[in-house]
Design a protein around this ligand. Structure first.
Ligand code: BGC
Length: 841
């Protein structure tokens, strides 16, 4: 399929521009110019478009040390509000962030599903449910594109885990593909007309996502009649002609890649028609036109909005704090929340405990990382709110891997300012660059001219250490030697067996504790080995990388950092201190969670257990304290072996730059944590309808759960009941439901129900409607939801429309959609708390 037929107006104009380009010029436009920009063409008025990740902030073109930009709450928190208005507001704010940086396309939202809770990248995606995902995505896209910034739905498709993502093959049935994994894309296309999509790294049923004629050409561009552009994920394109013919429109990044001269040759050889190339170019020109990147002759290019809120302005702070708190979920509460220090029942003191209280994790790892203007911790903000009543106590370690040094711990001897000096040398010793970095990190390849591959980097800095034990080490592939005060540490950090993306997204690291004099000078030298994925990747010929595979281009990339910090205190001491603090206070608030080691692109989890000795921490605190509140600082499920011993749990997720503020406001009730869970939380490792993320020896990962994903599978008994259901969340209100009425409308049934807020405070309820189909082989599913703000003691009448796209199933034999008839509508606050049922005719 080349493109939609010629139509009058803009399309004719785009065809005219196309007709002015030679084959070579056209093909040139179809690969990035750099990591995040496209080539322009002055003769036809095409500006060089700029892209940026997405989805929890607009990072800008640099991976490391980029511009200071606003850090948003994780996608799971945005979806957790179950509110289109919130997602739309996020879209609008992201468009403003993009405009400030002159970015045309934001690489988000991520609309892959939470299929198994082990997926490392779930924090970037919305939910286990395709309807909640699709609706949230549509609202986000609407908000963003209204302001002239393109959204990019990613990753098309069946990209629910990270392990071997460049090589694995997601095997799934056509009903699962259509009803689950494509549905969010379909909803965001139909309801918000997203202007671009990104093809995933993985294969789908044996065919690379970038070559998916079935998905890209037949379904997305064909059946849905979608006229947007499909770009590849970065380095995902595996073969030249197959991808061009399979519906991929644009290869990213550039300037090198599997298209270029190879695609020109393929056209000349008759493997790809010029009409196909034209179709891709038309889609590119259309995208440019939509984002103001195509300027008719004689006209001024698009302007960029000025007067945008600064990243740390009061307006942004209010928005980011409110949105974060709104999505947080109270999952259990015997009255300990909201905190009311000073109430008759306690002495008013709060022991705030845990590493995550002091070092609150505000984002996940990988390409979604941004450089925020500030970070706000729970310790700072709860103390700011409650004053001296709060005593803060550190908890046990939460990370296994060393992290880059705090820049404030380093001084560049050349400038005298925080950071380090970096000298890059060629193999013959020629100095290629000498720079000051104001952080402990720098990247090689990705952010600069991709051709420049230094052989050695030398990092120099002076530590702000006191005399004594210091943790010293490095992050990044290569052969390291660290010299400090006459001592030498060395390590060889390889990438063997790793995904090529890990060199950038999750590089190897080492660190050791050594004794140093105060203010020690450190020189770290790293011999960099360009990485050839064919050699390091599992050393396995079965990966069968084609000569033209774009992945080979990743060989030049890497991320490097210096590790330096005061030596950590032993966990035993920290646990004993926490116990003592808990015993002395009226209420203990323990903040636990995961870190970017678990919630990251490029790697999956192996367990849902909290890392380190955090379970022991909660158990010991709960045994010692009069009252224990747990805050979970994780976007995705964790195990809670201590649940019965605590009084309340707030799931705060990854709350962004206003994180500490939002948690403090949610704990005290200044803002209601009105979120509902976006994913079912399993009771134990493995106790979920889908679990494994490791493909078999043929690199196949079977989506054996079919259409019984998440709550659909739990409800059908495919796994033991979850600890907390999808849709669960108590907020601070209490709710009574009246009788339901079902009325048939043109688009499907609508459910009306009275909800009464029987609590003493204004609150927000989210009415959820599920369909249990009459057909026995069809899973229960969410078909509609609607939020209502209800004053204390008041009753609201809420009408929820059931979405017709959930009232159908894919009939494999007939090769088409078939309606679901009859069955029962279930009104529930998560399927563990059903409030009403109504049969359907
Ligand atoms: C990710 C994409 C991202 C791209 C560009 C890839 O590693 O999978 O989601 O947009 O990098 O940074």
């Amino acid at each position: 399929m080349s493109d939609t037929p010629r139509a009058p107006g803009r399309t004719t104009h785009l065809h005219e521009l196309l007709d002015r380009l030679s084959l070579e010029e056209k093909v040139h436009l179809l690969t990035g110019e750099t990591a995040f920009t496209l080539p322009g063409n002055e003769a036809i008025g095409l500006a060089p478009l700029a892209f940026s990740d997405g989805p929890t902030g607009v990072r800008g073109p640099r991976f490391i040390g980029g511009d200071v930009v606003a850090l948003f709450p994780s996608a799971t928190l945005i979806a957790g509000s179950w509110d289109d208005e919130v997602a739309e507001e996020v879209g609008r704010m992201l468009a403003e962030e993009a405009q400030r940086q002159h970015i045309h396309v934001v690489l988000g939202p991520t609309v892959n599903l939470h299929r198994t809770p082990l997926g490392g990248r779930l924090f970037e995606a919305y939910s286990e449910d395709p309807y909640l995902t699709g609706r949230t995505a549509a609202a986000y896209v609407r908000g963003m594109q209204e302001r002239g910034t393109a959204a990019c739905l990613k990753h098309l498709v069946a990209n629910e885990s990270e392990t071997l993502r460049n090589f694995m093959d997601s095997r799934l049935s056509e009903p699962a593909l259509r009803e689950l994994y494509l549905l969010p894309f379909e909803i965001a296309v139909q309801d918000a007309h997203a202007w671009s999509m990104m093809a995933a790294y993985n294969d789908v049923n044996g065919v690379p996502a970038t070559e998916q004629d079935h998905v890209q050409n037949q379904i997305v561009k064909g059946e849905w009649g979608w006229d947007g552009l499909i770009m590849s994920d970065w380095y995902a394109t595996k073969r030249t002609a197959a991808s061009a013919n399979g519906g991929l429109d644009l290869v990213m990044p550039g300037p090198d890649g599997p298209w270029g001269d190879r695609l020109v040759a393929a056209v000349r050889a008759g493997e790809v028609t010029e009409e196909t190339v034209d179709g891709h170019v038309l889609r590119l020109l259309r995208l440019a036109d939509r984002v103001g990147g195509l300027t008719p002759e004689g006209q001024e290019p698009r302007g960029w909005a000025q007067d945008l809120p600064a990243v740390d302005s009061p307006v942004r702070q209010e928005q980011l704090r409110r949105i974060a708190a709104r999505g947080m979920a109270v999952v259990t509460n015997n009255g300990a929340l909201p905190l009311t220090p000073g109430a008759a029942s306690d002495d008013g003191t709060v022991a705030l405990i845990g590493r995550h209280a002091i070092d609150t994790v505000d984002m996940g790892g990988g390409s979604a990382v941004v450089n925020p203007p500030y970070r706000s911790t729970v310790a700072e903000e709860l103390t700011a709110l409650l004053g001296e009543r709060v005593r803060v106590t550190d908890g046990p370690a939460v990370r296994d891997r060393p992290v880059p040094a705090d820049p404030a711990f380093l001084t560049d001897p050349a400038t005298g300012t925080p950071g380090m000096e970096v000298v890059l040398l060629a193999a013959d010793g020629t100095e290629l660059a000498r720079t000051h970095e104001d952080s402990a990190e720098f990247s090689i390849g990705w952010d600069d001219d991709l051709d420049r591959i230094p052989a050695t980097a030398v990092l120099t800095t002076t530590l702000a250490n006191e005399a004594g034990s210091v943790l010293l080490g490095a992050v990044g592939a290569g052969r390291w030697t660290l010299a400090a005060a006459g001592q030498e540490l060395s390590a060889e950090l390889g990438l063997a067996g790793r995904d090529p993306g890990e060199a950038v997204l999750r590089p190897p690291a080492f660190a050791e504790v050594i004794e140093l004099p105060a203010g020690a000078a450190v020189t770290a030298t790293v011999a960099l080995d360009p990485v050839d994925p064919r050699e390091v990747l599992l050393a396995d010929a079965s990966l069968g990388l084609a000569e033209e595979s774009h992945l080979l281009g990743m060989s030049a990339l890497g991320r490097t950092a210096l590790v330096a910090a005061p030596a950590p205190r032993p966990d035993d001491d920290l646990l004993a201190g926490a116990e003592a603090a808990a015993a002395a206070a009226g209420t203990a608030v323990v903040v636990v969670g995961v870190t970017e080691e678990q919630e990251t692109e490029a790697a999956d989890k192996t367990t849902l257990a909290l890392p380190g000795r955090q379970d022991e921490l909660v158990a010991r605190v709960a045994a010692a304290a009069r009252r224990t509140v747990v805050v979970v600082n994780a976007a995705t499920p964790v195990l809670m072996p201590w649940l019965e011993a605590v009084d309340a749990v707030l799931v705060a997720e990854l709350p962004g730059q206003e994180g500490g503020h939002a948690v403090a406001a949610a704990l005290t009730g200044a803002l209601e944590p009105a979120g509902r869970l976006v994913t079912s939380w399993p009771a134990a490792d493995g106790a979920a309808p889908a679990w494994d993320v490791v493909p078999d020896e043929d690199l196949v990962l079977s989506y054996d759960d079919g259409t019984f994903v998440g709550h659909r599978g739990y409800h059908a008994g495919h796994a033991p009941a979850p600890l907390f259901w999808f849709g669960h969340g108590l907020g601070y209100g209490r709710w009574e439901y009246g009788a339901v009425q079902v009325r048939e409308g043109p688009g499907g049934p609508a459910v009306t129900v009275e909800v009464t807020n029987t609590s003493a405070r204004d609150s927000r309820e989210t009415v959820q409607v599920y369909l249990q189909p009459a057909e026995e082989d069809q899973p229960i599913r969410l078909v509609g939801y609607r939020g209502a703000d209800v004053p204390a003691g008041a009753t609201s009448v809420v009408t929820v429309a059931c979405d017709a796209r959930l009232l159908r199933h894919w009939d494999e034999a007939a090769g088409g959609w078939a309606p679901l008839a009859g069955g029962e509508l279930v009104v529930a606050r998560g399927l563990g708390d059903v409030r009403a049922r109504a049969p359907l005719a």
